[in-house]
Design a protein around this ligand. Structure first.
Ligand code: GAL
Length: 289
């Protein structure tokens, strides 16, 4: 288990052997800047930059606007880095997505736009890039009722299409990983900062055929809510890591980022709630400490 401060709702991008992490800097509780850190072992982190800053990147940010769950993408065609996030206003009434882009990973990031993608009210969110480069923005839509699977344009700057899935199931904090051709999604119920039972669903088609939700982990997801799933490809094995937020620990600014191994075996998936473990980044193997 690895704890970090002030990187809530984190999104990750692997560049060579370096992990870049962006997240909500909740130092200013309800108006987080977005910080970027880098690491080779997911334990020792170097601060890179404040990539999105209140009052700087956008005049409304820090006043009537705030960001949650920023996620980082790299577009091979345009060679640009793109951030998608939840772009919110008073009482979560805006229900929009924010899009930023930059030529360099550490920025400067420019505001592209903030809007309801395809006019759909959108809140908690994540991104997923498939093997062929197709990117998706997955968010909790229509007043937290369903999940919207938005297919992004080739430059990752626009939502092209939206498939409404998990209808009426009120899921949020979606995090998707692809393992041996199968998409697995973890998600939570909508209980604000309080943790609840994480649920798993899987499908061989991103936009169809998702299995019935089934519980994974303990009743409160080991006091976390999913933020990301990481894939560590080693010479001997591929290891998957669950990254979750332990909100309000004990207050919003001190919320923690918690990492656990996520094990896939015989079509089943399990969170291994270890207090301490280490990873061999060459072989991909991990062991409890
Ligand atoms: C959670 C959500 C967080 C944040 C929070 C506000 O359910 O996952 O990202 O929006 O609610 O209460």
């Amino acid at each position: 288990m690895v704890r970090h401060r002030r990187q809530s709702g984190a999104g990750f991008l692997l560049v060579g052997d370096t992990w870049y992490m962006i997240g909500e800097d909740r130092g200013n509780s309800w108006h987080p800047d977005v910080n970027m850190y880098s690491s080779k072992d997911l334990q020792h982190w170097k601060f890179e930059a404040k990539i999105i800053e209140n009052g700087v990147t956008h005049p409304g940010l820090g006043k009537d606007r705030f960001i949650e769950r920023p996620k980082l993408l790299y577009n091979k065609k345009t060679k640009q880095y793109v951030v998608w996030c939840h772009w919110e206003g008073k009482n979560y009434g805006a229900s929009e997505a924010g899009i930023f882009y930059a030529d360099n990973i550490t920025g400067p990031y420019k505001f592209h736009k903030g809007e309801r993608p395809l006019n759909v009210k959108s809140r908690d969110c994540n991104v997923f890039v498939d093997d062929d480069g197709t990117a998706y923005f997955i968010s909790t839509i229509d007043e937290n009722q369903h999940l919207g699977f938005f297919t992004l344009s080739d430059d990752y700057l626009e939502a092209k299409d939206c498939k409404w899935l998990f209808k009426g199931m009120r899921r949020e904090a979606p995090a998707i990983v692809k393992v041996d051709g199968v998409y697995y999604m973890l998600s939570s119920a909508c209980t604000g900062w309080d943790p609840n039972q994480c649920m798993l669903s899987y499908s061989t088609n991103m936009l169809d055929g998702w299995s019935k939700l089934e519980p994974i982990g303990d009743r409160i997801a080991y006091d976390t809510q999913a933020a990301s799933i990481l894939t560590i490809k080693g010479t001997k094995q591929t290891t998957y890591l669950y990254v979750g937020d332990r909100w309000m620990d004990p207050d919003l600014p001190q919320s923690k980022t918690i990492i656990f191994p996520l094990v896939f075996k015989d079509g089943k998936c399990e969170i291994v709630p270890l207090d301490k473990f280490e990873i061999n980044y060459k072989t991909g193997e991990w062991r409890e400490l």
